[in-house]
Design a protein around this ligand. Sequence first.
Ligand SMILES: [Zn+2]
Length: 84
Amino acid sequence: MTLCYLCEANDKSYFNYYCEKCQKIKRMIHLHSLERVSEILDIVLLRTRDEENQKIKVAIEEEKTKCDNTQRKLRDREKNNKSV
Ligand SMILES: [Zn+2]
């Protein structure tokens, strides 16, 4: 067994270039055309620039919240140590 030429993750049989899943993709391309399959993948899997920026903003906000929580815990710990 060797790796599939397309996904390079799954094993393929000796007589095929592609694994079962990639063979299915190949059949879809033959059935619907490369243009149509590529268009669908673009629509479904690729994010627009605005969506990317929104995701980045959310990730930054989550990190900021984590940092704020950590700082708050450290301040509380310092207060507790001083009062003891
Ligand atoms: Zn594959």
